[in-house]
Design a binder for this molecule. Structure first.
Ligand SMILES: [Zn+2]
Length: 246
């Protein structure tokens, strides 16, 4: 098989880019979409302090905005209670998760919050919404690790409707190479992790799409990487804007 015109994974040259690089090209641009309003006051210090230097401003949105929220819940074995982060929690961002580790850094997701970070929701926030905007503050975890933050942090009104979520995807462990594709239409089921069938589906490492073709033995092929490594391609992404093989 000729590999000149196909987009495939060359494991020889998988590089790591610095957090925020892909977002600098594809994150939501807020320019001209916000009008400042009187500052919304939150009677909760933890909210104010979650913004860098405690600084934020409040706005009304002039245009529909695409926003992202990383979340994930699980059922505690001990108490039988659902723990973790809800899909419609108040904190969202203009940035998507480039990878699990990048999101943890950029959004300063403290492990003690028990957000499983398995999924990301794509939100279409309708114009006329009142929001607060600042930068994610750094967080020091219990073990002393500094999570730097630095992404745009947007605080939505409490209990915003999940109807504004237009798609979900699995957060990848590898850094995305393309704009993320939110192929999951229905809210993932957290009743128990095991019941959640999405968790076992292969996910495109380039765009996060879970609509993936598993190649049959006869359709598999090998590529030669830049440094001479030979790799068998087993999957193909069905997202028409991606079509990655790996
Ligand atoms: Zn893809």
């Amino acid at each position: 098989m000729m590999t000149d015109n196909i987009y495939y994974c060359d494991y020889d040259v998988l590089t790591h880019y610095s957090s925020g690089t892909l977002n600098s090209k594809h994150k939501t641009d807020l320019t001209g979409k916000l009008q400042e309003i009187d500052k919304i006051i939150y009677n909760d210090e933890t909210i104010t302090n979650s913004f860098k230097n405690g600084e934020y401003n409040s706005y009304i949105t002039f245009d529909d905005l695409i926003l992202y929220r990383i979340f994930g819940q699980f059922k505690s074995n001990i108490s039988d209670k659902i723990k973790g982060a809800r899909a419609n929690g108040a904190f969202v961002s203009t940035e998507f998760a480039e990878s699990l580790i990048d999101a943890k850094q950029r959004l300063a997701l403290d492990p003690s919050w028990m957000n499983t970070k398995v999924y990301e929701a794509k939100i279409l926030l309708l114009k006329g919404s009142e929001i607060s905007l600042g930068i994610v503050a750094p967080v020091v975890t219990k073990s002393g690790t500094v999570l730097e933050g630095g992404a745009d942090q947007i605080l939505l009104p409490k209990g915003w409707s999940e109807d504004t979520i237009i798609g979900y995807r699995r957060v990848t462990s590898r850094q995305l190479l393309n704009k993320p594709y939110f192929s999951i239409k229905n809210k993932p089921d957290f009743d128990t992790i095991k019941k959640d069938k999405n968790i076992y589906k292969p996910v495109c490492p380039a765009c996060g799409c879970d609509d993936v073709c598993i190649l049959s033995d006869k359709d598999r092929f090998t590529v030669v990487g830049k440094n001479g490594g030979v790799y068998e391609m087993k999957f193909n992404c069905r997202n028409s804007e991606c079509r990655y093989y790996w």
